[in-house]
Design a protein around this ligand. Structure first.
Ligand code: AMP
Length: 396
């Protein structure tokens, strides 16, 4: 009998769910409850590639949304009976969680303690866990952490050059995020190369609305661009990535910004959106570039330049490279971003196969480089499958 996992990703105002077949990663049923806690809350799901919607009360809570999800599952009885575990995506596992964990009271308390470092995400993840445990009391619930894959980073990579007490007393350090995605595409690349993962040196770039890049040496993450929070590093859709750390104090002291305004500026108004003054959506900006919009071109040039710099610096630390991997909505689909990035890396042994680069999109995965190049892959990520495979370890 096939075994399925209910994978839940609970955000502050949304719940994404998917029923994942643990052996193949296929998702016969998946859906989204969104705008929770507002008048426009809504729910839709996709069953075997057909889209459906279902009633969700206005102002629906997480608990109400999970009840609607449970009722939806009941309609697909045969499938539901084969669900053997619930996997929860949890954004921040701090230093406590190096692996996925069966959720008990101690695990919930540890997730709560980490909430200070991820105030937008962990409380929502925890609320989702509590509601789901009420709704699905007979299934094992497993927490899978976005940070866990990066717990192998060495201290010299994860520490900030700040007074050491800040790390000792307040756990201020770099954690990294998007771990399940980097883990997945790195293993896919190792499989494609027919190499043991523990022998692979890889650079994986997850480029979506949020962006991060990871250096993986001998199968272990040794560095990544997201830090204490998911704000550091690459230029993102609406997040600035790296800036001079003095800028927030300048904005507050000289320009009269409030702390909240600075935080909103860096997280929600910057990145591709802030520079282009137009959109955080790469597709829109690419279209604008075609039509001669210089501001859109500047935003994409900055995105690419920062990415090129990170690839160069990670090449210096991973040792002889086995492959560079692109993933995420932009990495999987944007031939423009991949081409303009790789064009700047010719002197470091990278060359695209132009036709393969143009073809590789919309969920396809494969090699996009010439035979003379360091291998370059575009790989469709599947974070849900990583969560499902971890969760099923705890099935009865
Ligand atoms: P994600 O956060 O991984 O869902 O990725 C969202 C980003 O992927 C957005 O910036 C989209 O514009 C971008 N994206 C999705 N499809 C394409 C495409 N065909 N070409 C370029 N960018 C794309």
């Amino acid at each position: 009998m096939d075994q399925y996992v209910l994978v839940l990703n609970c955000g502050s105002s949304s719940i994404k769910f998917a029923i994942i077949e643990a052996k193949t990663g296929t998702a016969p049923l998946h859906g989204l409850a969104e705008n929770l806690g507002t008048v426009s809350s809504k729910f839709g799901f996709n069953y075997q590639n057909k889209q459906h919607s279902a009633e969700l009360p206005a102002d629906a809570s997480h608990q109400q949304a999970l009840t609607v999800i449970a009722n939806t599952l009941k309609k697909f009885e045969t499938l539901s009976q084969q669900i053997v575990a619930v996997g929860h995506r949890v954004v921040h596992g701090g230093e406590t969680f190096t692996h996925s964990s069966l959720i008990d009271d101690d695990v919930k308390q540890a997730i709560e303690q980490t909430s200070l470092m991820a105030p937008l995400h962990n409380p929502a993840n925890l609320a989702g866990i509590n509601s789901a445990q009420t709704t699905f009391p007979d299934l094992p619930h497993v927490a899978v952490f976005d940070t866990a894959f990066f717990q192998t980073m060495p201290k010299h990579a994860y520490l900030y050059a700040l007074p050491y007490e800040l790390y000792q007393q307040h756990h201020i350090r770099r954690y990294g995020f998007h771990g399940s995605s980097h883990y997945f595409v790195a293993h896919e690349a190792a499989n494609a190369l027919k190499k043991e993962f523990s022998n692979c040196n890889l650079i994986t770039a997850h480029l979506g609305n949020g962006c991060s890049i990871a250096a993986i040496k001998q199968g272990k993450a040794i560095d990544t661009s997201l830090g204490f929070t998911p704000l550091e590093g690459l230029v993102m859709g609406t997040r600035s990535g790296d800036i001079d750390p003095s800028l927030p104090t300048y904005l507050i002291e000289q320009l009269g910004y409030s702390v909240d305004k600075v935080s909103h500026l860096l997280n929600n108004e910057s990145g591709l959106l802030g520079v282009s003054k137009l959109s955080n959506d790469c597709r829109t900006l690419e279209q604008e570039v075609k039509e001669g919009n210089q501001q859109a071109k500047l935003a994409l040039d900055m995105f690419i330049y920062r990415l090129v710099k990170y690839i160069g610096s990670y090449l210096a630390v991973v040792g002889p490279l086995d492959a560079l991997v692109f993933t995420g909505g932009i990495g999987e689909n944007s031939a423009y971003i991949r081409e303009n990035t790789i064009n700047q890396l010719g002197h470091l042994g990278f060359q695209l196969d132009i036709d393969k680069n143009l073809e590789m999109r919309f969920g396809q995965s494969g090699l996009i480089s010439c035979s003379s190049s360091n291998p370059i892959f575009a790989i469709a990520t599947n974070e849900e499958w990583v969560i499902a495979k971890d969760a099923i370890q705890f099935a009865h």
